[in-house]
Design a protein. Structure first.
Length: 249
């Protein structure tokens, strides 16, 4: 008869001696495939945005309102301070003080950068729009029968318009279905000279010259006598005055 010998289980010490690593059981959660981006650390932009939002949330209510008003009214600090509830009498001072506040300044910088990136506001885009207004030909707004309807204008023509005046005239339809039709009465074109000046200043074509007029008198003192007594504090000054008087005589 043969005896069955039970296989001995290898203890961690025996596995270490044999050179084999112990098997590690993977949990079901680790075996599941991770979704793209899951568990990834936030980038610098996300961290910066999160920190700016935290700074904004920590600001007092008036300062938060100032930030919103300042970004919404075209960066007018005094008007933003008035709208935020600060005293109207010193709105200019309050606006300047808030713009110098480090926390407010950081929030405004982050949000301004975000706005320019989202709307693709670049120096090239701004210069292109200024150039459209500076070099616009007003003849493109007309045809043989008068003004071109504003809905038929191209992008270049529309970009040069600073304002329009529309009047309501009789439209199409009859009876209850009759609709008044808007008629373009007046078009205000952007200031050509001002926009040319903007481009010229950007290209540094103009320099401001300041002319000074008047008479400037200069008196030369060739020699300064030394004081006879070192302890006489007024001796140098008296010597200079005496020398100048002799020259005049």
């Amino acid at each position: 008869m043969t005896k069955k010998v039970a296989a001995k289980k290898k203890t961690p010490e025996r596995r270490k001696a044999s050179g084999k690593r112990p098997a590690v059981k993977k949990s079901a959660a680790k075996r599941q495939a991770k979704l793209p981006g899951e568990g990834a650390k936030p980038g610098r932009e996300q961290q910066a945005a999160g920190s700016a939002d935290a700074v904004f949330a920590a600001l007092p209510a008036k300062q938060q309102q100032f930030v919103l008003e300042y970004l919404g009214n075209g960066f007018n600090a005094a008007a933003a301070a008035r709208s935020a509830g600060y005293a109207k009498g010193n709105a200019d001072t309050q606006g300047s003080r808030l713009l110098a506040n480090p926390k407010v300044k950081a929030v405004l910088a982050e949000r301004t950068t975000k706005i320019t990136q989202q709307r693709q506001i670049t120096a090239e885009a701004v210069l292109a729009e200024i150039a459209k207004m500076a070099f616009f030909d007003p003849r493109k707004l007309f045809r043989a029968d008068g003004l071109i309807p504003i809905t038929e204008l191209g992008d270049e023509e529309a970009a040069s318009i600073a304002g329009v005046e529309v009047i309501q005239m009789k439209g199409s339809g009859r009876g209850k279905n009759k609709q008044p039709g808007p008629v373009l009465k007046k078009i205000k074109i952007a200031d050509k000279g001002m926009n040319l000046e903007r481009l010229g200043r950007y290209l540094k074509l103009f320099t401001d010259k300041v002319e000074h007029t008047g008479v400037l008198g200069v008196q030369l003192i060739t020699s300064v006598p030394r004081p006879t007594r070192p302890d006489a504090g007024q001796a140098p000054l008296r010597g200079v005055l005496d020398a100048s008087r002799k020259d005049k005589d």
